[in-house]
Every structure is written in structure tokens, then in C-alpha cells.
Design a protein around this ligand. Structure first.
Ligand code: NDP
Ligand code: 2IT
Length: 439
């Protein structure tokens, strides 16, 4: 860690993600002296390759705009590079390196053959017209297309990248290569997309939560669940929770939090879903509804009493104070939809309190898992029914849970899911790297 801090002093998110993994796998790593002889951990801490480029595009007023674009290909020991693309003004190399690093271990947990990658740009689709987004996506892929491919690197969505953006990127990729291939996942259903991919991350997180609750014989119905975010992951998390009888008591976006003291009804959820998906509205537009309170500039954690928290917006959105507030209110479980939403201090609080705490690389792996299933369907030129994909997703989440238990269960019965997920993911990648030599 000291060496990495000296080499990459300006990459706090990346150092945070690496530190969590290396400290939690230390014991297992030291059981295999051959790993150290091959300098395996240091190799695994450095991405295989980083591609960075300027993206120039023309806005609706004829002005030339410039953004940075990146793809971090972290590790392909167990399968082609695979991971989302993020379009957000905050995107930088530290964030993409942390996400690609996490993706490698997450993808190893899915039981499918996928390596880890992440890409993106500091371009923000917010407030841009469809045609501006299209021109940006085309300019982005114009640089990236040579470095991706169905057996090389398969991008998908993440923050700011949904079906619209994937469609535009796929269209330009197809034009450049003159091939129709499964190079992107999260595609539209009419051109190779998988049923259930939009729902997969949120549903998968709820399935993971159900697996955790089952170890304690706790029922989800009637539980108060604080969710953050109001994008792809948060909305499908909320939808599944409501269907299973839980009370969704919060949602948020980058401007503030919506608190629903009695829990969202299916009808109210429909209103939020419509607002967010049909015209990309803001939660603040619901401020005058009598069933909710809107708190500008606030995160939900200290505003509600919740049994369960499912942070599903962004990294470091739940800090030590938030964690202590949740625990003081009797929170029994935290299942992360976002990548690294809890700060190290918050993680420490959850582990110390021995509640059910699932790190994103385990609990949000349903999204990339169904991406893997989309790749499998594309290769076969077949598509499976929603029920088939959902059943496979449930099976994968149960398998990830079992892997966490295998490596994370302690003598007193407590499961440290952080250690479990990191160790299980690491061991699979490590074995594959050892077998393939110094590459
Ligand atoms: P979306 O762009 O669909 O939604 C993101 C949500 O989080 C929006 O409500 C957004 O608010 C809010 N948000 C984004 N950045 C910030 C910020 N800096 N501060 C506060 N709120 C913010 O993205 P997704 O739902 O796809 O992604 C959410 C999280 O889940 C990310 O961490 C992502 O990496 C992770 N994830 C996503 C997967 C997927 O399949 N999509 C799979 C696994 C993990 P606003 O609209 O105001 O920007
Ligand atoms: O963080 C993630 O796992 C994703 N954004 C999904 C990646 C994918 O390739 O589906």
C-alpha cells in the first residue's frame, strides 16, 4: 500500500478500493508463498492497460466541445474484459481504476467467464438533447472501437449510461466494424439485448439481501428499507422490494432526498418511475406531494428510521456518521447496490456491529451477471425468456452468497461478507493468473 500511495498519490478512490481488498485477503494470500514469488498482488493492483483519449463533438449550437474518454482494462485472466461505461462530470482515472479493480473481483464471483474493465468520460448527459448525446457517443466510440470486441472487451452501462447511450454506442461500433456482434451489453431487446438486464442489478441486490436475511430467519415483508439513488439500480431495487411487501422509505438524487414516512405504494412508485424514465425529471418535482417530504441537499441515512439500507447512487455516499445513525436506529442489514458507497469508516462500523453487511462487489453483481447471460445468448443467437433469465439470476446470487459464506464465516457464526467476497473473487483470479505465467 505504501508503494502504491507513492506511485499514485492523486488517486484516492483507487487506493481506497485496493486497501480494502489487500487488507481483507492478507491471511489467505500469505498461505500461498508462490503468489508472492510471482509478485501477484502487485500485478493485480495495476491495470493491464489504460486507454485515454480526447472526445470532440459538436453541440446543438454548433459549438465544438471537448471531453476526456477512458477505458481501463484491468484484468482478463478469466475471460474477456467486461464492465460498464460511466458518463458523469466527476469521472477521472482514479474513479475508473477503482471501478475496474472492483469489477475484476465481482466478475470472478459471478461464476461466468468475464475479466474486469471500466470506462467512461467526464461528459454529463444531464441537460443534453438526444442528438447531442448521440454525437457524443459516436465520437467516443470512434476512438474506442479498435480496443473492444466480443472476445476482447465488452462494455455496458453505468451511471449516466443506459439503454439510449448503449444503443448509440452500439450503432456506431457496428458501423465502424461492419459487424453485428455482442460487443455491448444492455442493448435494446430488438437488437440482441437480454430480457431482465435493466432490472438485474436491483433485483439481484434484493435476492442477495434475501439470502442474507435467510441466514438469520428474518422475513423481508414489512421491513423499512432506505434506498438512495433514483436511477437504474435504485428504481428496480425499490420495485422488487415493494412487490415483496417491504416499505421503501427513501430515494435520492444528486440534488436531495425524498422521504416517504409510510413507505412507497405501488402507485406512488409508478409516479416516480414515470418521472425518472419518461422525461428524466428531478425528485424535487415531487416536493409538494402529500405522501412524501423532500430534503434538498441531504442524503437519506440520517432522515429516516430504517431496518435495512440499500445505497444505490454512487461511491462514498454513506459515511461514518451515517452508519452510526443507521445502527442507532436499529438497522440490521446493509446491501450495497452502488459500487463502494460506504466509506471505510462506515464499513468498519457495520463490521464491528456484526450486522448483515454486503459489499457491492457481491450484492450488485446481478447486473454484470445478466450482461454475461446476454453475451451467452448473443453467441448462440438465441434469447431466453424473462423467467429463464430471472431464475439464472437468482441462482447466481445464491452462489455468490455461498462463496461469501465459505470464505467469510467466523467461529461465532458471523459472516464477514467483505472478507468472503474479496477472498473468493481473488482466489479465482489468482489461480488463473498463476496458471498463465507472467503476462
Ligand atoms: P444511473 O445514472 O441510472 O443513476 C444514478 C443515480 O445516482 C441517480 O439518481 C443520480 O442522481 C445519483 N447520483 C449519481 N452520482 C451522484 C453523486 N455524485 N451524488 C449523489 N447522487 C448521485 O446509474 P445506475 O443506477 O446505473 O448506477 C448507480 C450505482 O450502481 C453506481 O455506483 C454504479 O456503479 C452501480 N452499479 C450499476 C450497475 C448497472 O447495471 N447499472 C451494476 C452494478 C453497480 P442524478 O440523476 O441527480 O445524477
Ligand atoms: O458496476 C457494474 O457491475 C456495472 N456497471 C455493470 C457492468 C456490466 O458489464 O454489465
Amino acid at each position: 500500500m505504501d508503494d502504491l500511495r507513492l506511485r499514485f498519490p492523486n488517486e484516492p478512490e483507487y487506493l481506497q478500493a485496493v486497501e480494502e481488498v489487500v487488507t481483507s485477503i492478507e491471511e489467505v494470500y500469505n498461505e500461498y508463498p508462490a503468489f508472492e514469488r510471482m509478485n501477484l498482488m502487485e500485478r493485480l493492483c495495476m491495470p493491464d492497460r489504460i486507454i485515454s483519449f480526447r472526445v470532440s463533438w459538436v453541440d446543438d449550437h454548433g459549438r465544438v466541445r471537448n471531453n476526456m474518454g477512458y477505458r481501463v482494462q484491468h484484468n482478463n485472466a478469466i475471460g474477456p474484459y467486461k464492465g460498464g461505461i460511466r458518463f458523469h462530470s466527476s469521472v477521472n482515472l482514479s474513479i475508473l481504476k477503482f471501478l475496474a479493480f472492483e469489477q475484476t473481483f465481482k466478475n470472478a464471483l459471478t461464476t461466468l467467464a468475464m475479466g474486469g474493465a471500466k470506462g467512461g468520460s467526464d461528459f454529463s448527459p444531464r441537460g443534453k438533447s438526444d442528438m447531442e448525446v448521440m454525437r457524443f457517443c459516436q465520437a467516443f466510440v470512434n476512438e474506442l472501437w479498435r480496443n473492444i470486441g466480443p472476445d476482447m472487451d465488452v462494455p455496458a452501462g453505468d451511471i449516466g449510461v443506459g439503454g439510449r447511450e448503449v444503443g448509440y454506442m452500439f450503432g456506431w461500433y457496428k458501423k465502424m466494424t461492419r459487424e453485428f456482434s455482442g460487443t455491448f451489453t444492455g442493448k435494446g431487446l430488438d437488437f440482441g439485448g437480454s430480457l431482465m438486464r435493466p432490472e438485474a442489478t436491483g433485483y439481484g441486490n434484493v435476492y442477495f439481501l434475501l439470502n442474507m436475511l435467510a441466514t438469520k430467519g428474518i422475513d423481508l415483508a414489512g421491513k423499512r428499507v432506505a434506498v438512495s439513488g433514483a436511477g437504474n439500480v435504485a428504481l428496480y431495487t425499490a420495485e422488487k422490494l415493494i412487490r415483496l411487501g417491504a416499505k421503501v422509505v427513501s430515494l435520492s438524487d444528486s440534488d436531495g432526498s425524498l422521504i416517504i414516512p409510510d413507505g412507497l405504494t405501488a402507485e406512488q412508485f409508478g409516479q416516480v418511475f414515470e418521472l425518472k424514465t419518461s422525461y428524466r425529471g428531478r425528485l424535487s418535482e415531487l416536493a409538494d406531494e402529500d405522501w412524501c417530504e423532500y430534503h434538498p441537499g441531504k442524503r437519506p441515512w440520517q432522515l429516516v428510521k430504517a431496518d435495512i439500507a440499500m445505497p444505490s447512487a454512487t461511491q462514498n455516499e454513506l459515511d461514518g456518521d451515517d452508519a452510526r445513525a443507521l445502527l442507532a436506529q436499529g438497522c440490521i442489514a446493509v446491501s450495497e447496490g452502488a459500487n463502494m458507497p460506504s466509506t471505510p469508516e462506515a464499513v468498519h462500523e457495520f463490521l464491528n456491529a456484526k450486522i448483515l453487511y454486503a459489499p457491492g462487489k457481491a450484492s450488485n453483481a446481478g447486473g454484470v451477471s445478466v450482461s454475461g447471460l446476454e453475451m451467452a445468448q448473443n453467441s448462440q443467437r438465441l434469447s431466453w425468456t424473462a423467467e429463464e433469465v430471472d431464475e439464472k439470476l437468482k441462482g447466481i446470487m445464491a452462489d455468490i452468497h455461498a462463496q461469501c459464506m465459505r470464505y467469510g464465516k467466523e467461529a461465532d457464526g458471523f459472516c464477514n461478507y467483505v472478507r468472503g467476497a474479496n477472498t473468493a473473487g481473488f482466489m479465482k483470479v489468482a489461480r488463473a493468473m498463476m496458471a498463465q505465467g507472467i503476462v
